[in-house]
Ligand binder design. Sequence first.
Ligand SMILES: [Zn+2]
Length: 679
Amino acid sequence: MDPRKRMDVLAAELLRHQHRYYVLARPEISDAEYDRLLDELVELEKRYPQYAGPNSPSRRVGSDLDGSFPERPHAVPVLSLDKLYEARQAAQWLRKTADACGNDPGFTVEEKIDGASIVLYYEHGELQHALTRGNGLAGNDVSDNVRTIGQVPLRIAEPGALAVRGEIYITRDDFVRFNAGLAEKYANPRNLAAGSLRNLKSSLTARVPLNIFAYEGFFAGAARDHLEVLARLRDLGFRVNPQLGFFCDSGPRRQRAQALFPEAYSAPLAGVEDYLRRLGDARAGVPYDIDGLVLKLADLELRQELGFTAHHPRWAMAYKFEAPQARSELLDVLVQVGRNGRVTPVALLRPVRLSGSTVTRATLHNQDYIDMLELGIGDQVAISRRGDVIPAVDEVLEKSATGPTVYRLPELCPFCASRLVREGAHHFCRNGSCPERQRRALGYFCAREQMDIESLGEKTIAFLYEKGWLRTIPDIYSFDYSRLEGVEGYKERKIARIRAAVEKSKEQPFARVLAALGFEGLAAAVAAALIAHGFDDIDRIIATAARGDWEAFAAVEGIGEATARQLVDHFSSAANLELIARLRSAGLRFRTEGPPAGRIDDSFAGQVWVITGSLEKFNPRSLAADEIRRRGGRVADSVTSRTSHLLAGANAGSKLAKAEKLKIQVVSESEFQELLQRG
Ligand SMILES: [Zn+2]
């Protein structure tokens, strides 16, 4: 067969099978057979790339090439819906609208899914573009990512132009599973769905178990009503939510609705309030997040007659289940720079009351998050407090009529004007002498959680920095605080307090000092883990880093490869070594006191031990750990392929089983004693 014809046949077959599998959940062929057809097509597309269309079923697997998201105008503006929060009000709106129309109009009630809105544009039966909502007039073209979603039809039997609106979402179960494997977690299913549409590599999006429901279609040829539109979409292969309510006082129209959608619930208008309540109560049982229900006039001609307000269609209304959110406006974005140079955009909001306090700021994380929200200055936004105290911007409710569509971070650091560098999801100021970074490093060092030099608060540090008296951390210990005498606001008692606090901080244990250095990735928990696993002396840490031995750090429970490599970098950098040397000569503690004292020999050098079960002689087990460390060995918490020995006491459990599986040497308590004596 002509290869081009064969490719057409394969593509048509595969798209049909994808529809049966993803949309209907009724596959006709086995996965293996499907893979065989797909492999054949991919093979042919490699040989004849000129015949491979943008909507080939092979596009489902995505690409590893970086894409971009050019902005495109929407053919039909995407307006937001007006909202109500009470079922009774929603029922009243329905009755009022029905009376205004006359002649027993029908209304649909659909789930308002908490996902990412998308508009799919088809022409000549092919998916042309998939655009995000954007500012409603134009959105970002995320077609390549959307093509990877199996439920999105790539080709349809509709020759005319068609725009389809839908919601892309992920179920709660899938969210929990998928999020668990991510280094940077998403706060909720909606953010994951929206973020996935903005992956630069579509192959990443292909891995996310995304779903779509289509809920609106704009056909070139006229359709009579919304039910007909939904039925046509369903017949073209789109996934239409079967959870559908139809309310109308005309019996024959309700019968017609039932004929089109046998699964729909239909009743006279009087039944709507009860229906809204019932669905609201049952929403926890729905496998995906819904934040409300959408009531729409079904008759398309009547919709045209009712028209729009400046912001909303008059023929639709969102009934939101509750109002835990507050509405505010994004006044500006504050660009913060942390001690490690990381740039954090912070939303400055029109003050608004939210669960008992006034909110004026919310974190925006990074540029990706802003892009995902499609957030710009002047936009009306929904903010919430999730479980804890930090307010978050959840979504854009209404775009500002003027101004840029989406806020962009500045290219230069606002504090030192050096060029910001993007690494991963974040931007960084890489200038080590950036004044803001230095002030932050000083503040972090003095904070209660670290060295607890409380009298050197943010204001005092800023003042001393301004004067040029305090620039780097060692300055805290070398500065002559008597120079503050006579300075306004610095009475004798205050100066004495600062001196005393600085002096007292020299007593802080090594773990605190280590974390207070403020090195990226070296949080308090990491410092504690290092020390607990034998890195109880700065010289040992520096020597390990000098050898480039990140694996020794990674052998510590709780330290991953990325952090281990960072530690090697931190403790071999000349600037950091000088910092440590200066603090050491100032009298700060750079090793832990007490056991394990005294090195015995190197008989356990290079060994990584794990201790499990209960020991008789070495009780607590830290006694055994001390013996191992005194002989140059390391002790870790969990059994991995790097473990060399397992010391197993009585009632050893899963660690013993794992060690046996990995064929790691298992040592009993008595054998351990022999090893110690042998030396
Ligand atoms: Zn800077």
